[in-house]
Design a protein around this ligand. Structure first.
Ligand code: PEP
Length: 254
């Protein structure tokens, strides 16, 4: 079943890299991508670089995305960017509900369904991030947290939209810490997420949805993670910032 879902390798630059180092990295990645038929690769860059990065990526299968959006179309939302604005400067996808947005900036579960709706309506492909904190895992609350995050985000998602939506399981305790979930821990969470989506949107959607793992992915652990049945790709932070760590992740298995 896994072979019906194209592997998806996504790099999240967060608030890193300056314009010139970022564009150099894009040129290197672009030169190493094939025709995109056997894997999907995308970078999620600071919004101020979207236009330049998408200009350099043009003509290649590299996807270019934003790290966040606001769900309203326009209005008095100082500092925020709408889906249409992101599209206009070259984004074709967007991250929704990254744990840093949820935990550092206080983003609420209830916003996620509206963010997903805004992205899908504007033809931006969203990656919805979900994941538990260390305290929640230690308290055996992982499934409960994932269920709550999925339930609040999927309020308004239709089965036919599932091919444009990706879920990333990112345990908060593994993000930027060097601590990676074991393939068994990741497998359990991914299975839970796929079952939940199957229950909500049907068997076809459950089979089609891609679920990425994120949390300290590096060239040394990517292969074991991607061998897991329900892991369809990876969302990579720190290791996506340098060609010597991101290229081997993109080229896993080649
Ligand atoms: C992330 O940015 O979503 C992430 C998983 O970061 P890191 O790979 O650095 O843990």
């Amino acid at each position: 079943m896994k072979d019906t879902r194209k592997p998806y390798i996504a790099g999240n630059w967060k608030m890193n890299l300056d314009r010139s180092r970022g564009l150099d990295l894009i040129k290197t990645i672009k030169g190493r991508l094939g025709d995109g038929s056997d894997r999907e690769v995308a970078v999620f860059v600071p919004a101020c670089y979207l236009a330049d990065v998408s200009a350099v990526a043009q003509g290649s299968p590299l996807g270019v995305g934003a790290q966040n959006l606001w769900y309203e179309k326009e209005g008095a939302f100082t500092g925020e960017l709408s889906a249409a604005m992101l599209r206009e400067v070259g984004a074709d996808r967007v991250i929704v509900g990254h744990s840093e947005r949820r935990h550092v900036f206080g983003e609420k579960d209830e916003w996620m369904s509206r963010k997903l709706r805004a992205a899908l309506d504007s033809h931006l492909m969203p990656i919805l991030c979900v994941g538990e904190t260390l305290e929640e895992r230690k308290g055996n609350r992982t499934d409960r947290v994932l269920k709550r995050q999925l339930e609040t985000a999927f309020l308004d998602v239709k089965p036919e939209e599932i091919r444009r939506l990706t879920v990333a399981y990112e345990p908060v305790w593994a993000i930027g810490t060097g601590e990676v979930a074991t393939p068994e821990q990741a497998a359990e969470a991914h299975r839970f997420i796929r079952r939940w989506i199957t229950g909500r949107l049907g068997a076809e959607a459950g089979l089609a949805v891609r679920i990425l793992y994120g949390g300290s992915v590096n060239p040394g652990n990517v292969r074991n993670l991607l061998a897991v049945e329900d892991i369809d790709g990876v969302l990579v932070g720190g290791a996506s910032l340098r060609p010597d760590t991101f290229i081997p992740i993109i080229e896993f298995g080649l």
